[in-house]
Design a protein around this ligand. Structure first.
Ligand SMILES: [Fe+2]
Length: 218
């Protein structure tokens, strides 16, 4: 039985209506982003793996983390498309109807300890988003050394390659904001902050800590 986490992959439903992120992100952008862009990553990932049944039991996370073990002829296409599916699923899942909420729980404490304040976190995250040349992502991660860090990755790369674990992320490909914000990436980032689903980010953070503790035990 396919629980959706291995080949053939399918489009994960959006956890809210297309218009749920308005006015910060418009319904048309969300619709195109999810139903067209993400769908294309799903299709291309399946196409790449079609003739390689030995990888059909690999989970999405296995493919994202260990694409270097794949045959050279599908390595890049899997890197880009498994990354595309993983990153977008996490992006859509860690947003919600604008609430203006702030970090919660242990993540809130860690943000304060690592960056000094929520506002300082926002500034670092925005800087990373603006400094990412061309297409990519900005991330809040738990680093290899167990600290909160902000980083950016090009294209559909993930923090796993740097030994880091994702907590939340923002898509800075133009398709994520161009209809409403055109070239004003900074304005889009400002409008993304109130959409962060902090309860989900906290769940992601605790999962990162657990994964790290389990790896250390081995
Ligand atoms: Fe995207």
């Amino acid at each position: 039985m396919n629980n959706g986490d291995h080949y053939p992959f399918s489009l994960k439903p959006l956890p809210y209506a297309y218009g749920a992120l308005e006015p910060h992100i418009d319904a048309q952008t969300v619709m195109l982003h999810h139903d067209k862009h993400l769908q294309t990553y799903v299709e291309n990932l399946n196409k790449a793996l079609m003739d390689y049944p030995q990888y059909h039991n690999w989970s999405l996370l296995d493919l994202v983390r260990h694409y270097e073990e794949l045959p050279a002829e599908i390595r890049t296409v899997v890197r880009n498309n498994a990354g595309g599916v993983y990153n977008h699923n996490l992006y859509f899942d860690t947003m919600q109807t604008p609430s203006g909420g702030k970090p919660v729980g242990r993540l809130a404490q860690a943000i304060k300890m690592s960056f000094g304040s929520y506002e300082a976190f926002q500034k670092k995250m925005k800087d990373a988003s603006l400094e990412q040349f061309g297409s990519g992502w900005a991330w809040l991660v738990l680093s290899r050394t167990g600290k909160l860090e902000i980083m950016s990755t090009p294209n559909q790369d993930t923090p796993f390659a740097h030994g880091a674990c994702p907590i939340t992320l923002v898509d800075v490909w133009e398709h994520a904001y161009y209809l409403k914000y055109q070239n004003r990436r900074g304005e889009y980032i400002d409008n993304w902050f109130p959409l962060i689903h902090w309860e989900q980010a906290e769940v992601n953070y605790l999962k990162c800590i657990k994964g790290r503790m389990e790896r250390e035990k081995r």
